[in-house]
Design a protein around this ligand. Structure first.
Ligand code: PBG
Ligand code: ZN
Length: 321
């Protein structure tokens, strides 16, 4: 008889043969930064996740530092929105202010800036719009300007999430020309048009006011196309590629990690977090065990880095595994 149970008989035996790990150093925690003072406002569809004004960022950053996770991903939530998203690429825009504060006070944390216009435009699309069309090439300079101002504010890495073609190459050139040759790009390469971003859009007030994002984000039926997106981004200079969302796209993560020799990040997005939290708050699932199982699944599929709203809590739970 094949007695596979021999290696499962107790917890130390199981840890001896465990094939996958999830380490705090592999996690990135997303942070929403908003204008004003004294603000720490819970996002209704994301219990436990808050919008912070810069003066209260220390509250979450202390937890980040104590947890031992490597990085944070910064999302600005501006008050003023206009057709070209002009708050996105001001030197003193809200994301830039948050980045500057964090980098000054927590120099060892990797600060990643999400680069996209949707939270800053009054139409809620990720690019410049003309007569209902989301323009590709016209958007690139704005994204590059946002990337540059975020890096000037202290960002260690930029993560374009807009899904315009050619943006990685464009951003790389602008960073290089401004003496930021050493700042890596983590490209949201295989980013699907997904209903799992719903709670994020509540948080960032970034839902599109007309239409949807299907002309630039990917069709969820496709996986070859994801490989094409990833390989294009690597050619253009991406240092890390991302698959997003994570849990409904484990096949895409797996294929990407087998095919490409750059680090693969997976974004465990807001809707995935919200579903777990809602069920946990109803007492229907064991949150701790579900979160660990999900994070291990993402790692098992081949992700090297996980961006997750569970990061801080998960670090505690990982110690108990
Ligand atoms: C901005 C951006 C989004 C997310 C990350 N960057 C929203 C979107 O594309 O609509 C989603 C993150 C999440 O749902 O947690 N483009
Ligand atoms: Zn966007």
């Amino acid at each position: 008889m094949n007695r596979n149970r021999r290696l499962r008989q107790n917890s130390t035996m199981r840890s001896l043969v465990r094939e996958t790990t999830v380490l705090p150093s592999e996690l990135i925690y997303p942070i929403f930064v908003t204008e004003g003072r004294g603000i720490k406002e819970e996002i209704p569809s994301m219990p436990g996740v808050y919008n912070y004004s810069v003066d209260r960022l220390y509250e979450i950053m202390e937890q980040v530092v104590n947890s031992g996770i490597s990085g944070v991903m910064i999302f600005g939530v501006p008050v003023h929105k206009d057709s070209k998203g002009s708050e996105a690429y001001r030197w003193d825009g809200i994301a830039q202010k948050g980045i500057k504060y964090i980098k000054n006070h927590y120099p060892d944390i990797v600060v990643v800036a999400d680069i996209c216009l949707c939270a800053y435009t009054n139409h809620g699309h990720c690019g410049i719009v003309n007569e209902g069309e989301i323009l590709n090439d016209e958007t690139l300079p704005y994204l590059a300007e946002m990337a540059l101002t975020c890096v000037q504010a202290g960002a260690d890495m930029v993560a374009p999430s807009d899904m315009m073609d050619g943006r990685v190459e464009y951003i790389r050139k602008v960073l290089d020309n401004n003496n930021f040759k050493n700042v890596p790009i983590m490209a949201y390469s295989a980013k699907y048009a997904s209903a799992y971003y719903g709670p994020f859009r509540d948080a960032a007030h970034s839902a599109p006011k007309f239409g949807d994002r299907k002309t630039y984000q990917m069709d969820f039926a496709n996986v070859k196309e994801a490989m094409r997106e990833i390989s294009n981004d690597i050619e253009e200079g991406a240092d890390i590629v991302m698959v997003k969302p994570a849990l409904a796209y484990l096949d895409v993560i797996k294929e990407a990690s087998q095919r490409f020799d750059v680090p693969v990040a997976a974004y465990n997005v807001s809707g995935e977090y919200a579903m777990v939290k809602a069920a946990a708050l109803s007492g229907w699932i064991d949150e701790k065990r579900i979160v660990l199982e999900n994070l291990y699944a993402i790692k098992r599929a081949g992700a090297n880095i996980i961006i997750t709203y569970h990061a801080i809590e998960a670090v505690q739970w990982l110690k108990e595994i």
